[in-house]
Every structure is written in structure tokens, then in C-alpha cells.
Design a protein around this ligand. Structure first.
Ligand code: AMP
Length: 266
């Protein structure tokens, strides 16, 4: 996070009243943003450059939010809420509160005391869905991973699309008795009792590098269990990416310093 004195803000002044909080690395993406604003979009050129240039990739993500306006440097303003990151660049966008507005909050569901974050309202918004997929995708470089795992059920909303956009395959981790071939399983503790998740034994080969995707990181039990499952099969967990992280539940403590990217924090 970049809250230092030298923080600058790039104002895109766009549809979402965007602002981009910068440090030295992120200032480098300004020329890219202005390039996007003045050049017709070419999917072919975009794919080629995205694959080799993390700064370009980061700028393209931000450009989606800024509706293609030209960018100018200004003075620091509001606090950023979230960071997009690539290995070489981090973009912190105060547009994220707008994504939060797209998430419906349902109190006392599925049981009293739980505030449920309903992402279906975010997913049906085209710009919201695009922002989430881009954000999850930018948690890794394509050449760092071999496959993307999604966790049943809401991880399935995002993981296959993220896998496709990284040029990788998708592997499902499912609830018991859903997978037809031989499975490996892991049991993990819930608030009351235990739960179980399964993966096909031949889904991961030893040494394969995996990105795990789910909608919410809450207590971390589910994600930690899936990481264990990957490692049981000899795979390597490169990173875990979530749309939402519930900071007050300290789920990342269960993930023992693993690389975690959460787009939104509550
Ligand atoms: P946990 O194992 O506690 O990290 O729980 C993670 C799983 O539970 C995720 O797959 C989420 O789909 C779901 N989940 C937990 N808490 C919430 C919540 N407040 N709103 C929506 N989904 C949640």
C-alpha cells in the first residue's frame, strides 16, 4: 500500500469519478492510459502486449474504469480502498466503493447474525463483472501458473473466465459426491461440525502451479482446505484470489503467509 508523502493522484474524471493513487511505479502507466484514450482498441494487439507487459496489463485494467478519458496528474485526495496489483505495478483505485455499491448486503442470511454479500447483483452489471474478472486476473502473471481452481459454488462464477483470460484451464473443487472419477478429499472445520471438499485425483499433476479463486475469504477454512488439497496432489499454490475479504475474520492467518489478492475489503 502506498500512503507515503510522495503519493500523487491521477484524476481520470470519468464515469465513476475515478482517481488513481500513485507511487513511482503507477505514474509509469499514465502514458499507457493516454495511449488507450487516443487509439482504437485492437483485441489482437491488446492480447499480445498484455501477455508480455505487466504495466500495460495494469493500465488496461484501470482504463476500463476510466471510460477512456485522458489522464492528468493532480494532488492527493481520498484514500484508496483497494489495490489491483501485478508483479511490477500496483493500482489503487477509489472506484472500488462503486463496486461495493453493486454488491447487495443481506442481513441475517443464511442464518441470524451473518451479513451475506450477494455478488449476483455485481455480476449482472457488465462493467462490474469486467472489473472483477480483470482484477482477479491481474493477481498473477499468466506465465506463473498452469491452471486455475474454482471452489464450488460461487468460485465457479469467476474461475473459468479468469482461467480463459489467462490462457489456462479450469479445475473444479467440489462438494462431496459430485465428481464422477477417483477423488482426493479434504475435511475441514466449520463453526459447527466439519465439511468436505473433493478434487479429481488426476486433475493436478505434481509440480503444477495453481491459482485458487473464490468469491469470499471469510474465516479462511475453505481456502486453506483447498490449498491443502492441491498440495496433497503435489501441486504448488502460487496465489489465491478473492473478490471480497472479510478482514475482521482474519482468514488470511489460516493461509500461512500465502500470496493473497482480494479486490474488496470489508
Ligand atoms: P470461509 O471458509 O469461512 O473462509 O468461508 C468461505 C466461503 O463461505 C466462501 O466460499 C463464501 O462463498 C462463503 N461465505 C462466507 N461468509 C460469507 C458472507 N458473509 N457472504 C457471502 N459468502 C460468504
Amino acid at each position: 500500500m502506498f500512503f507515503g508523502k510522495r503519493k500523487q493522484i491521477v484524476e481520470a474524471g470519468a464515469r465513476h469519478n475515478l482517481s488513481l493513487h500513485c507511487h513511482a511505479e503507477t505514474v509509469k502507466i499514465v502514458p499507457y492510459l493516454n495511449y488507450f484514450a487516443t487509439t482504437d482498441f485492437s483485441p489482437h494487439r491488446h492480447a499480445a502486449q498484455s501477455a508480455t507487459d505487466p504495466l500495460y496489463e495494469a493500465a488496461a485494467t484501470f482504463h476500463r474504469f476510466s471510460s477512456g478519458r485522458r489522464v492528468r496528474l493532480g494532488s492527493a485526495a481520498a484514500k484508496p480502498r483497494v489495490a489491483f496489483s501485478t508483479p511490477n505495478a500496483k493500482i489503487e483505485s477509489s472506484d472500488m466503493p462503486n463496486l461495493k455499491q453493486l454488491i447487495r448486503e443481506i442481513p441475517d442470511w443464511p442464518k441470524p447474525g451473518i451479513l451475506f454479500y450477494d455478488i449476483t447483483t455485481l455480476m449482472k452489471d457488465q462493467a462490474g463483472l469486467a472489473a472483477v474478472i480483470d482484477g482477479l486476473k491481474s493477481s498473477v502473471n499468466a506465465d506463473e501458473i498452469d491452471a486455475v481452481i474454482g471452489i464450488e459454488a460461487r468460485g465457479f462464477f469467476f474461475a473459468p473466465t479468469v482461467a480463459h483470460s489467462l490462457g489456462k484451464g479450469f479445475i473444479p473443487v467440489r462438494k462431496p459426491k459430485k465428481l464422477p472419477a477417483a477423488t482426493e478429499s479434504v475435511e475441514y472445520a466449520l463453526e459447527y461440525g466439519t465439511d468436505k471438499l473433493e478434487i479429481h485425483k488426476d486433475a493436478i499433476h505434481p509440480g503444477q502451479r495453481i491459482l485458487i479463486v473464490d468469491d469470499v475469504l471469510a474465516t479462511g477454512g475453505t481456502a486453506a482446505a483447498v490449498a491443502q488439497l492441491v498440495e496433497k496432489l503435489g501441486g504448488k499454490v502460487v496465489a489465491l484470489a478473492f473478490v471480497i475479504e472479510l478482514d475482521f475474520l482474519s482468514g488470511r492467518d489460516k493461509l500461512n503467509g500465502r500470496r493473497i489478492h482480494s479486490l474488496l475489503h470489508y
